[in-house]
Design a protein around this ligand. Structure first.
Ligand code: AMP
Ligand code: MG
Length: 488
């Protein structure tokens, strides 16, 4: 393959300098007739890439995996993971890291092609991805970014011109994913499983250098590493809960060390508030239901702690004690972040001990009345209490009066409080029926306007603009029972 560098690529390959067991060198599989379907101009510019040139024939060849940029040393990363609680050896089965882009401001981002063909970790899979799920990842990851939630991002989706065999023949596609890194809890599990403390140390030091350089000189820096991941995940999951995001497949291989949301397979946004909400067709037991996400994150972090044990203390018992102590703080840290976010959603600046009771009472009422989570906060923010029938019930009126009284017990003015609510409550989320509508137009009819319009309004979810109103509407009744699929 030729390597091109007139497009702003500035690649390093630090991961390839780690032990050889951590990855496999492999080129992407060329595809027949690449066609650029969607491209992220603003992300591209922030990476220092030449937007205009990348969208041209030669640039698209790179985004398709038909060509490599100069400086690229493509690899598939090895990792393991607990999938629905069962430990499995995995690895990038359909993805390739083509390099780490160093941006003009000096930041480092993994550039990964997803759907680029088989790798040594494909385990019988075809290494391919289909257009619908790749566009879905593009839409939802970019919506998450706009919501202010740490996430991997999407640079482009290219249609391959080849069909991929699933239950039916589907159009193939390659997504370019951009991430702070692709180091996962499962990466540590994999390296720990190799059984050499030296290897684990190399991975941990690499991770510290890349994501947490401020702890490099700490005495027990590996314990600090665990602490940092606990903190980032507590922050991330509390943000998911605040917007009603359900990841759907929180396996340990789908949990990053950087604290970014990764792997937009069967995820979905909850409409009616329901802690037991599950959309994924493969999550029969509801392991990854909305209300289970915080404890599952805690469980995953315990798996990370286990992997790190040999680095924490020479004495195994003391190592366990140290790890348990750090992981045990996850629930309270999560709760603190969550409550602080929920205060914002209710326009509260200061703290009172009864705030959690107030928030919980509202959530219980929403659950009882099967109220839409996003639109309830939206209505309270906009003071539109004619919006929903259940707002007229005595129990809601009682709650509302308590909230008004609580809001008055702070020095900030009502307009300030309302502004805080607007910043904290998205006017719109990527509603499942809107996402499906956009995907259907794109995949079935080659019409990308519906998706473009959706992406545009999702760019500023806190705008409360008139054109967002229609996107806040609930799905028609016929849309009930929505299910998501992994898109593998
Ligand atoms: P996921 O459920 O997307 O997190 O994927 C779990 C594992 O299956 C990862 O190791 C993926 O790389 C792998 N995988 C998913 N789809 C495919 C595919 N079509 N071909 C090969 N491997 C795949
Ligand atoms: Mg995955």
């Amino acid at each position: 393959m030729n390597k091109k560098n007139n497009l702003g690529w500035n690649l390093d390959n630090s991961y390839t300098r780690l032990p050889k067991t951590f990855f496999s060198k492999i080129n992407p599989n060329p595809i027949r007739s690449p066609k650029l379907i969607i491209f992220n101009d603003t992300l591209s510019s922030s990476l220092g890439l030449d937007v205009g040139e990348l969208k041209k024939y030669e640039g698209v060849d790179i985004l398709a995996g038909n060509d490599l940029p100069e400086g690229s040393l493509p690899i598939a990363q090895a990792y393991a993971g607990h999938q629905f609680g069962h430990f499995t050896m995995l690895g990038d089965g359909r993805a390739l890291l083509i390099g780490e882009q160093i941006t003009p401001s000096g930041d480092r981002f993994d550039i990964q092609l997803k759907g680029s063909g088989k790798t040594p970790y494909s385990r019988g899979g075809d290494g391919r991805a289909t257009l619908g799920p790749m566009l879905r990842e593009y839409i939802i990851s970019e919506a998450m970014y706009a919501l202010g939630i740490p996430t991997t991002r999407s640079l482009s989706v290219v249609k391959t011109g080849e069909s991929v065999i699933r239950e039916t023949d589907l159009p193939g596609a390659v997504l370019t994913r951009v991430a702070a890194s692709h180091i996962r809890v499962g990466t540590f599990q994999y390296v720990a499983g190799l059984g050499k403390v030296e290897g684990l140390k190399v991975l941990a030091d690499y991770t510290i250098d890349r994501h947490f350089p401020h702890i490099a000189d700490e005495n027990n820096r590996y314990l600090f590493l665990l602490q940092e991941v606990v903190n980032r995940q507590a922050d991330l999951i509390s943000k998911w809960q605040q917007v009603g995001f359900i990841h759907g497949v929180m396996n340990t291989d789908n949990m990053t060390i950087s604290g970014e949301t990764i792997d937009y397979g069967p995820c979905a946004f909850m409409d009616v508030y329901d802690p037991s909400a599950v959309f994924s067709s493969i999550d029969m037991q509801g392991r990854y239901a909305y209300g289970n996400q915080p404890p599952i994150a805690g469980w995953n972090l315990a798996r990370l702690a286990e992997a790190l044990l040999p680095l924490l203390h020479d004495d195994p018992e003391q190592a366990v004690g140290l790890a348990q102590e750090v992981v045990s703080h996850f629930p309270e840290r999560y709760e603190r972040n969550w409550l602080s976010g929920m205060r914002g959603k209710l326009g509260l600046f200061n703290e009172e001990t009864e705030d959690k009771v107030l928030v919980d009472a509202l959530l219980r009422l929403m659950e009882k009345h099967e109220a839409d989570y996003t639109n309830t906060f939206r209505a309270i923010t906009l003071d539109k209490l004619d919006d929903q029938e259940w707002f007229h019930t005595p129990e809601f009126t009682q709650w509302f009066e308590k909230w008004l009284a609580r809001r008055n017990r702070q020095p900030e003015s009502k307009p300030d409080s309302q502004q805080l609510m607007q910043r904290s409550n998205p006017a719109i989320i990527p509603r499942n029926h809107r996402v499906e509508e956009a995907l259907e137009a794109a995949v079935e009819n080659g019409d990308y306007h519906v998706m473009d319009k959706l992406l545009k309004v999702l760019t500023n979810p806190y705008a409360y603009s008139p054109e967002q109103e229609v996107y806040a509407e609930l799905p028609p009744k016929s849309f009930c029972g929505y299910q998501t699929f992994c898109g593998t």
